[in-house]
Every structure is written in structure tokens, then in C-alpha cells.
Design a protein around this ligand. Sequence first.
Ligand code: GLN
Length: 193
Amino acid sequence: TARVGVLALQGDVREHVRVLGDLGAETALVRRPEELARIDGLVLPGGESSVIDKLSRAFGMQQPIRDAIAAGMPVYGTCAGLILLADRIENPIDGQESFGGLDVTVRRNAFGGQVESFETELAVDGFATPVHAAFIRAPLVTAVGPRAQPLASLPDGRVVAVAQGNLLGTAFHPEVSGESRFHARFLDLVRAA
Ligand code: GLN
């Protein structure tokens, strides 16, 4: 069976482990390069992207994760995880870097702070019914390059979910609203890889 890792440096790791487990996947927490070598796919959780970035460099994980992405490992990032997958961050703080891979530009905290968090119903490419999406200090995808493809947009057209090959990113948190279809899609990528 496929073994999927959740990068467990900071953020809502537990919620992802639960959704993946409910879908029948074997999960592992990933903090070290050697743990990365034992998984078939990786989830980058929500949290604080600048902190996850800093810790990933402190733990010697940045280059191994970049190498895994370049080698085609399926990776799904939610919120902070989407920021970490983006090739370009419009407003990085503190010399913040990303792993990259998704040909998109993101803007962190695009909707404002915690009090501007909101939930909404979203139509998603390939899903029969809308997704209940929770946006928590969420980023926006402000530019989609030619290699990436938008999967979902707000009613005003602003992009909040993207896919590119084996990479998947959502500005919102399906793992906190009982929505498992993105994780199921990610597991399909893992099984096919
Ligand atoms: N604002 C956070 C960041 O910039 C993301 C918030 C989240 O993951 N819910 O990383």
C-alpha cells in the first residue's frame, strides 16, 4: 500500500493524518530527510509558511523536498503548504523561501488577519458537488503560469486551488471541514506515481 507522509515541523499535521487515515492510507510523520525516502507522497500542512520554511532549512529538509518534487513525488499543500509549493511569493517575510514546483504566484494573508477568516461553498473542477472551504489567514493565487492549471476560483474569479502534474495546492483547509475529496485526489496521484 501507498505510504504518505505529512511534513510535521509545524501546523495542522494531525488533521491531515486523520483524513488520510480515514481514506485508508498508511501515514507517517516526516521531519528528517531519511523519512522522506520512505514515503510515496507528501502533504504540506496549513500553519505558518515562514516558520515551516525556517524549520525545514534548520532540519536540512529544504533541498531533499525540492529534489523529491523535481523527481515527481506527489505533493499536496493546503494554505501555508500552498505557499511552500509556489514558485513565487509576492510578499515573503523575513527572507522566506518556498520549495517551489507549482508555476504560480501567491500572496500571503491575502484576505487579512484571523478575523477575516471565512467559509464558503466552492465549485471545483472534477468534483460533482461544491466543496465547503475554510479560509484561515489564507493566501490567494495571484498569477497562474502556463504549467499550472486552476481548479477552483472564488465567485469574483480569484484562484484558490491549482494543480500541476503530481502537485496539488489549495488556499483553504479541506482537512478541517470534513472534506476528503482533495486528499482522495492526492492519493490517486500517489497510487499512479
Ligand atoms: N498565513 C499563513 C502563512 O502565511 C497561512 C495560514 C494557514 O495555513 N491557515 O503561512
